[in-house]
Design a protein around this ligand. Sequence first.
Ligand code: M6R
Length: 611
Amino acid sequence: MCGIVGYVGQKQAARILWDSLSRLEYRGYDSAGIAVLNGAGVATIKCKGRLKDLRERLSELPPATQGIGHTRWATHGVPSDTNSHPHHDCSGDIVLVHNGIIENHRELREELARRGHNITSQTDTELVAHLLEENYRGDLLQAMMDTVPCLEGSMALVALHESEPGKIVAYREKSPLILGLGEGENYIASDIPAILPYTKKAVVMGDGEFARVSRDAVEVFGPDRKPVSREPVMVDLKPEAAEKAGFDHFMIKEIYEQPEALSRAISGRVRGSSVVLEPGEYGLTDDQAAGISRIYLLACGTAYHACLAGKTMFERFAGVPTEAVLASEFRYQDPLVDPSVLCIGVSQSGETADTLAATREARSRGAMRIMSVVNSALSTLAIEADDVLYQRAGPEIAVASTKAYTTQVVSLALLAVRLAVARGRMTPHEAAAFTRELKELPAKAQTALKLAGEIKELAKKVALKEDVFFIGRGADYLAAMEGQLKLKEISYIHAEAYAAGELKHGTLALIEDGVPVIALMNDPSLAPKTASNVMEVKARGGWIIAVGTEECLNKLELDGDDVRLVVPATHPLLSPVTSVIAMQLLSYYAALEKGADVDKPRNLAKSVTVE
Ligand code: M6R
């Protein structure tokens, strides 16, 4: 994810900015840049690629004691030198870095171009620099205050103006910013690790707040533009812990990042009740969309489970026969690919060898188009596919996929709705109902996370078991498949998922006293039938852990040690997002109980680049 740093003091800014950026490297990025300001004006270096490439160019910058820096994780516009931050206005007097997404960027671009601005990049950020230029009347803070009402979305903005040496101006809205306090110097950063070696004293900016930072002062202004008095806090973190934002493991940090990740995945893509995707994200013409005879969704592991959820949406909404295929098996099934077949590769890393092999196979067989859902920019799948819908989950470091799964489900939902509308299969009313549910998902994910305390206790008992079964019907079965993978890969407990109706065709033989059966129930139309299957398990002594909506769980008669974990109701096809969050938490706490290496489970790698 993008990182922001700023410095104003007495030391050489470029070195400090580079060093601070390198402390944000763990977050992932595809390009980086630094701008410094001295008496002679603003100087900028920026490039696609790694921070070490930027270090080699630090000598191009003049001596300066003030500057801003950025690491970029591409959202609007490909990773490139031009799209890297900092961005300038037409005059080059204003430089700006930005984290977040400006949702109304299309309208702004058109308006600014009409008013004659020379827009050089594909980014949403550059547009803000031009708006600042229009609003600048000798005071950058005032210009920032006049600019943000024109912006929709999430943003941490940090800017300087050539005519105002010694000052940096910032604004925060739904994207974090902290102000680090030093002696005769001050810092700005999007994340604590960036400033830890320099100061542990910081002011945390709140949403809607502005700041003006100089060598000797840090001033904060509220949304009403009036000064705010804010006590600094002491940051008591080791740099390594700070990378995990105070969490013990990357996995639990990433589990908790899901509401924000889901928001980003949806941000700017659901407008009113429509799904709006950029040409590079969805490149099908309406004629092509109408002519699709079949869709193959190609992926491995967790991403495959997300595809299973996606398959139902493509079939139900867009009316296209769809198959989710394990990418490692695709080539061996002699797939029926021809120019009427759309293939979509789904991969967090974009580097999974089997997924790449499958999408290449599809291309060689003449597929209509290779689309993709990818998290990592610059990855091979992102480059090779005709279209890339970025998940915007932010870097996922733990081996166990969590936020990658939920953002893949949502990304596939967006594609399914977009295709359904193009094919005239979804009425505006239906699209509105579903997109409303999509927009509510981040808040519902947040509610699901509140189960953590209860699940932590439950995990103590689950960790003692040798086998765990997961059951569900419809989308609950698909979520169960992800639940069992999560549990087994990090806690090493044997786990299996079954379609609830299949139990009595064999697996029921394994149920005896105390065997845990996790029953997922989120679809009211299927709940009565799953409830009967739960009773079959209970009759044989099974221990029921029911995960689902209040309405569905009310169909159950539980007693004794049985457990109910209530998650918020959503559209049944989106329920894997909410119920899988509960299962991620269960897996995490069970693995902790067992003393397993949660972030790096044995025998597994984050990115599987061999077949
Ligand atoms: O990077 P990808 O999404 O292509 O990775 C695919 C699988 O290796 C991955 O989803 C794996 O199953 C998970 N890390 C498991 O949690």
